[in-house]
Ligand binder design. Sequence first.
Ligand code: T46
Length: 133
Amino acid sequence: MTDGLIPLQRITDARGSLVVLETGKAVPFPVKRTYFIYGTKDAAPRGFHAHKTLDQVFVCVQGSCDVLLDDGKVKKTVRLDKPDAAIHVGPMVWHEMHDFSADCIFLALASDRYDENDYIRKYEDFTALAAGK
Ligand code: T46
């Protein structure tokens, strides 16, 4: 479902740190869209969907959150709490983001443009599709 945390190249010098997300290296697809989430209110959870075809890489460039991943068989939670560690979430993985820190900036790199038809937003639809029904 996910290979776990992807270490990102971090270059630190006397001026501070620079972290690299590069297609073909940490990002296993050409990036067509980037978005970020910040200013989360009362750690309100987000996500609660799977994508039919979209590949994404997520990183908390500031702060932290927990990402619950569910492929219909196995559930696991990955904590994102470093600006130099990302996760890859592929198609047909139900994902939820929980416990955002107040300062969290959650960055997403996506393999395609926004398309609401690519979302599976009902968990029962997801489990049926994941089971091949
Ligand atoms: C995901 C998780 C990690 C757009 O118009 N364009 C966009 O590129 C995106 C991402 C969203 N939107 C609209 C759709 C909704 O009206 O922004 C609104 C909020 O989106 P949503 O409720 O889907 O937000 P999250 O945080 O639950 O999910 C988002 C992404 O949508 C999703 O692809 O994997 O972050």
